[in-house]
Design a binder for this molecule. Structure first.
Ligand code: HAM
Length: 412
C-alpha cells in the first residue's frame, strides 16, 4: 500500500504553527472589531453560479481555478475560492440592506483554488478578510486600506509596499482596453512576441513586459481616462490616506485577478516573499451585490493570506502550554485518585497532566521535567508527596490540599 499523504498543495497545521496563526486571528479581531466589524462565517461550498457569474473580462483567474463537483442531486457546487461573493450572498439573503449601512463584516476562513502549488501558493489556504457593504463613500475605501496596513503592522510583517489605483467603471475600462489595444497594434513591431500574442486577451500585460518600458510610458493610462466622479472619488481616497500617513504608490497598471472590481483597487506586497509577493489586496465592488441578484449596493473590502502574512512576519517563539501540576502514580490502585486529582486541578484553573503511559516513577519524573511541570504530586504507598521541580524540595501533603498547595506555591 502506498503511504497516504495530504493532497498536493495542502498542508497540515501542526501544534508548533498554531500559536502564530492564533496571533493573526487575535490581532485581526482586535483591529477590525475596534472599527465596528463583526465576524461572519459562510459555508465552505456554495452554488457554482455564485462564482461563475457569466460576466467578467478574461481576467477572472479564480473561475478557472475552482474545485467544482456535483452533489447526489446533480447540483453543481464549488468550494469557495474567495470570500467576497459569499459574504455579499449572505448580505442579500439575510436582508442586511435593512440594517444601518455600511454593514461591516470580517472573516477568517479556508479557501480553495486549483493553482499550481509553489512557495506561498496552496490549493487550500486561509484568508482573513473584511467587507464594508452599503456605502460608496471614499472614506470607506481609505478606512479599509488603513485597517489592513494597521493589521500587517501589528503582526510585524516586513518589506511591505502598498500599490493603489482606480479602475473606474466597467464601461470606462472596456473603452480604455480598446484604446490600449489600438496603441499596441500600432507599435506591434516593437513588442516582444508573448506580448504581441496577448493583445486581444490581456493587453495590460504589456505594462509588465521587459524591454518596452519607454513605449509603455507613453501608452494611454486608465487613470487618465476615468470619468469626473471616479477621478474625484480616487482623489479623495488618496487625500484621506495622505492625511493618515499611509504610504502608497499609485500604480496605473495594477490589475487584480477578480472580475468584480470598480473604482479603487489596492495590493499590499512584501519583499520577504518570492514570486507570490501579494500579502493582501482588495478594492471596491459596486456592482457585485446587484450581479448576484440583490439591490444595487456598493461595497469595498480586502482579503489577506494568513500563510503569506506569516511568511512575511517575525515568528513569535513557540511556548507550550504551562503545566502547573504533573500527577504521578505507580500502583494501579491509585489510578482513580490520580485521575480525579488532575481533573480537580484543571477545574481550579491549573494546567495539569496525568501519567498516561505506565512509566516507572523515575520515568514519570523525567517526563514531568520534559513538559516543564512546576510541581509533581506523587501518589504512593505512604500517601501523597508534592515535589517542587524548581527547588527539588519534596514533602508529604494531605491529599485534599494538593491543589491549594500548588496554587500557593505557584504564586511564591
Ligand atoms: P485575492 O487577491 O485573490 O483577493 O486574494 C487575497 C489574498 O489571498 C492574496 O493576496 C494572497 O495573500 C492570498 N491568496 C490567494 N490565493 C492564494 C493561494 N493559492 N495560496 C495562498 N494564499 C493565497 C480576494 O480573494 C478578494 N476576495 C479580496 C477582496 C475582498 N476584494 C474585495 N473584498
Amino acid at each position: 500500500m502506498s503511504k497516504l499523504q495530504a493532497p498536493r498543495g495542502t498542508f497540515d497545521v501542526l501544534p508548533d504553527d498554531a500559536d502564530a496563526r492564533e496571533a493573526v486571528e487575535r490581532e485581526a479581531r482586535r483591529v477590525l472589531e475596534a472599527a465596528g466589524y463583526r465576524r461572519v462565517e459562510t459555508p465552505t461550498f456554495e452554488a457554482t453560479e455564485l462564482f461563475a457569474r457569466g460576466v467578467g473580462e478574461a481576467t477572472d483567474i479564480v473561475r478557472k481555478e475552482m474545485f467544482t463537483f456535483e452533489d447526489q442531486g446533480g447540483r453543481s457546487l464549488t468550494l469557495r475560492p474567495e470570500g467576497t461573493a459569499p459574504v455579499c450572498r449572505a448580505y442579500v439573503e439575510h436582508g442586511m440592506h435593512k440594517h444601518a449601512q455600511p454593514v461591516r463584516l470580517w472573516y477568517l476562513s479556508s479557501f480553495y483554488r486549483h493553482e499550481a502549488p509553489q512557495a506561498g501558493r496552496y490549493r487550500q489556504f486561509w484568508q482573513v478578510g473584511a467587507e464594508a457593504i452599503g456605502s460608496d463613500d471614499p472614506a470607506v475605501d481609505a478606512e479599509t486600506i488603513l485597517l489592513l496596513a494597521d493589521l500587517l503592522d501589528a503582526l510585524n510583517t516586513h518589506g511591505i509596499r502598498l500599490r493603489i489605483s482606480s479602475l473606474g467603471t466597467p464601461e470606462t475600462r472596456a473603452a480604455y482596453r480598446e484604446e490600449l489595444q489600438a496603441y499596441l497594434r500600432a507599435h506591434e513591431e516593437r513588442l516582444p512576441r508573448e506580448v504581441a500574442e496577448r493583445i486581444d486577451l490581456n493587453p495590460l500585460r504589456a505594462f509588465d513586459a521587459a524591454g518596452i518600458e519607454d513605449l509603455m510610458a507613453d501608452a494611454p493610462k486608465l487613470l487618465d481616462r476615468l470619468d469626473a466622479d471616479d477621478a474625484a472619488h480616487f482623489a479623495e481616497v488618496r487625500r484621506l490616506l495622505d492625511g493618515a500617513g499611509v504610504h502608497y504608490d499609485v500604480d496605473p497598471t495594477l490589475v487584480r485577478g477578480l472580475d468584480y472590481y470598480t473604482r479603487t483597487v489596492f495590493e499590499f506586497e512584501s519583499s520577504e516573499l518570492g514570486a507570490q509577493s501579494g500579502v493582501g489586496g482588495g478594492g471596491r465592488y459596486d456592482r457585485l451585490v446587484e450581479m448576484i441578484g440583490g439591490p444595487d449596493t456598493p461595497g469595498c473590502g480586502w482579503a489577506a493570506g494568513v500563510e503569506r502574512i506569516l511568511l512575511a512576519a517575525d515568528r513569535p517563539p513557540v511556548a507550550p502550554p504551562p503545566v502547573d501540576l504533573y500527577v504521578a502514580f505507580v500502583r494501579p490502585g491509585d489510578r482513580a485518585t490520580a485521575f480525579a486529582l488532575a481533573g480537580e486541578a484543571r477545574r481550579a484553573g491549573l494546567g495539569a497532566q496525568l501519567e498516561l503511559a505506565g512509566r516507572s516513577l523515575k520515568g514519570q519524573l523525567k517526563q514531568a521535567d520534559r513538559v516543564g511541570a512546576r510541581f509533581v504530586a506523587i501518589l504512593g504507598e505512604e500517601g501523597t508527596e508534592l515535589r517542587d521541580m524548581e527547588s527539588g524540595d519534596q514533602r508529604a501533603v494531605d491529599a485534599g490540599r494538593v491543589v491549594r498547595e500548588v496554587i500557593r506555591g505557584r504564586e511564591l
